[in-house]
Design a protein around this ligand. Structure first.
Ligand code: PEP
Ligand code: MN
Length: 333
């Protein structure tokens, strides 16, 4: 948005009035030497009429958003009958990094369902840094996961890494995950959108918030029924944690953009000992739920063992989210 000032406007007075309304501005000189303010995209939303009523403001023009469908999404979306975002009950999405065996995913599904998780997570296809690391079981694991989830009343969230496997993933998933490494892959985002399913868009590890929102726009534009954003940490200069879990972006999406956003503390931290306190911080910042790696025996996990938590920690997370209590059924007072 660009705000043009009147000829004799008190520049600092207008700047202060805009800041009071939650608008962050940068001053520049427009055509014909007029004083103007560019309102940064991360500012709050204020009615045009309110701005025009301020002394010193001559005109207000909207700059077109790069993500109109995301802007119109609203704070709460429906994912296979589960409300995510806004005032809805927080969601717990949990499970192993990789689906390792049929038995493993059934055990995890049973234990997590008892804890009140809503979604079972787990990768059949894994984006690994080294080609020599475990790459996931593949398509077979999708069916194991669907059956395990169905047996315990859970929804399925799982990652699609390629356009060729998108159909198979969409057939088994309630929520299609686009991973951090693929957030910039526009053909993959479009392929996920074309399935018509809801898409979980994880933030690219070096993506700006604007690029992240635009990735959501690709999915919605291609036909996704909904998008949920997931903050999973961005690269930083420090290596004591795997990533820098950016909770400012969570507050921004929730409170300024009013969008459904969840947090993955597992990939954000890379270590299990801090999952609980950072999850609390994530919820306080405005997250509508958590995506957490849980393993029956974290020490033997085939991928991301150091960040996997036990069922005991998962129970503590569920208690914090309030998901350890039975959900209020639709229609109940
Ligand atoms: C995952 O959720 O298993 C995963 C690989 O996450 P990310 O894309 O955030 O690294
Ligand atoms: Mn992982």
């Amino acid at each position: 948005m660009i705000i043009t000032l009147t000829e004799n406007a008190d520049l600092e007075g207008v700047r202060a009035a805009l800041a009071d309304l939650g608008l962050w501005t940068r001053e520049f000189t427009g055509e014909r030497g007029t004083n103007q303010f560019l309102v940064h995209a991360h500012s709050g939303r204020v009615e045009r009429a309110t701005l025009l009523a301020l002394p010193g403001v001559a005109d207000v023009s909207e700059t077109p958003s790069q993500h109109p469908l995301v802007d119109a999404l609203g704070p709460c979306v429906d994912v296979a009958g589960v409300a995510i975002g806004g005032d809805a009950r927080p969601v717990l999405m949990a499970g192993p990094c990789s689906i390792e065996s049929e038995e493993q995913i059934h055990t995890v599904a049973r234990r997590l369902a008892e804890l009140g998780a809503t979604f079972l997570r787990g990768g059949a296809f894994k984006p690994r840094t080294s080609p020599y690391d475990f790459q996931g079981v593949g398509r077979e694991a999708l069916a194991w996961m669907r059956a395990a989830a169905d047996a315990h009343g859970l929804r399925v969230v799982t990652e699609a890494m390629s356009e060729s496997a998108m159909g198979a993933v969409a057939e088994m998933a309630d929520l299609i995950q686009i991973g951090s490494r693929n957030m910039h892959s526009t053909p993959l985002l479009q392929a996920a959108g074309r399935t018509g399913r809801p898409v979980l868009v994880k933030r690219g590890m070096a993506a700006t918030v604007e690029e992240w929102l635009a990735a959501g726009e690709y999915c919605l534009d291609a036909g996704a029924s909904a998008v949920v954003f997931c903050e999973r940490g961005i690269r930083s200069f420090d290596n004591r944690t795997r990533n820098l879990l950016d909770l400012a972006s969570v507050a921004l999406l929730r409170h300024v953009h009013q969008l459904p956003v969840i947090v993955d503390p597992s990939h954000g931290l890379g270590r299990r000992d801090l999952i609980l306190p950072l999850s609390r911080a994530a919820m306080a910042a405005g997250a509508s739920g958590l995506l957490v790696e849980v393993h029956p025996s974290p020490g033997t996990a085939l991928s991301d063992g150091p960040q996997a938590v036990s069922f005991e920690t998962a129970a503590a997370l569920a208690a914090h989210l309030g998901t350890d209590r039975p959900a209020v059924l639709a229609g109940e007072p």
